[in-house]
Design a protein around this ligand. Sequence first.
Ligand SMILES: [Zn+2]
Length: 482
Amino acid sequence: MAEEIFNVKKDKNPSEWFTEIIKTAELADMRYGVKGFLVFQPWSVESMEKMYYHLEKNLKKRGHKKYWFPTLIPEKNFKLEGKHVEGFTPEVFWVESAGNEKLEERLALRPTSETAFYSMFSTWIRSYKDLPFRTYQRANVFRYDTKMTRPFLRSREFHWIETHCAFATKKAAYENVLDDMRSTKDVVFEVYGVPTLVFQRPQWDKFPGADNTYGADAITPSGKVIQQPSTHMLGQNFSKPFNVTFTDENEKEQHAYLTCYGPCVSRIFASVVLTHGDDKGLRFPFEIAPLQIVIVPILADKEPKVLVEAEKLKEKLEEEGFSVEIDDSDKRPGEKFYYWEMKGVPIRVELGPRDLAKKKVLLYRRDTEKKKEIAIKDIIKEVQKNGEELSKNLKKEANDNFKGIIKDCKSIAEVKKVVGKGIARANFCTCEMEGEACAEKIEKETGGEVRGIRIDTEEKAKGNCIVCGKKATQVIYIAKSY
Ligand SMILES: [Zn+2]
């Protein structure tokens, strides 16, 4: 149809679909002129603001207090933890001068803020009574990534939340790690509708400076994985060089156990787009849609009272906290419909003179693509109900697509057939460092990466490692990453 403004087959080429929808829906603009940096446009920003809101609400509920830390980290702090420096140094942007003067000490543009937070933890935390100590900040971080930029997925500046917490015992720290992962499920799945699998990463794939890393992987429509929030068990690796200590009940000085968690909103947004979009364009769960309702007045040029009624409806809906716009542009109704469907607005309200006479409107839902007539007096109730149903529906659809994506494999050859289209599950020797050679072999022969062992469900290995033939101790998952 000539009026269609977006029609890219998502299943055929998800990657092309993603590139095209970013441009057509005006989510981000790559033409800023600094390599690896892009401009996020209102349609993605509005949705990401709502995503932030839900994440922060969850963190606050769990006792995290919000901070705003400086963007710059002094080089001496940054260099305190050996493995951390080693891992991050190639990615750091440095500030070396100010005005015409060269700085005495270089300052790092934060690539992540462990070394900022823990330098202050050492002055704030004194006694066991100060623990647990839970913080977070909403920040943008900078990493000199040399791979090709992909909007939302890979760029040199990204927008995230990072939490930093201190505990008296290792057990309490680990409990918090599990809690972080539950929080991923509560927000990323329950609100954003993006299903994930939660893994403990192999030892060779952990965060620089951590004892262990736990990551949630979302799945793309083509069966690849996107790493989403990860939590790091830092043990005492940072509390020792940063001197984060407390006096325990017996007046003894102890080093705290630290954890950090980093849900990257701009990256999760990519998963939201990829998970819910269809051939017509974007679709959003109701709670995080940039715009929830669009009102399209019909024949308003001939009947001015249609527009007056549309304004009244908008006001009424806004009073209830919904985001609403009226499209009174001079485009034809059909064009407007296609446009807002492409933009992923969950609910469209159509209102014409004939509907008005009946005191009714037409309510269209983006997920079912069905219209129904409702009484104007019921509009609030109907919008609420249909918004909830739409979110539930998108979540169910996402979950159903997820099922069947995991395939059990008994050999490298079987893994090879699965990765790229799905996730392979196999028996493996170990995710401790000794297993790295087996993982390398898998990666070389299949192109898939070992994502780790599940921590959201219990699985027992049987038989032997599919690579070396030694007795298997773990069940691993193998996938290509996006
Ligand atoms: Zn092995």
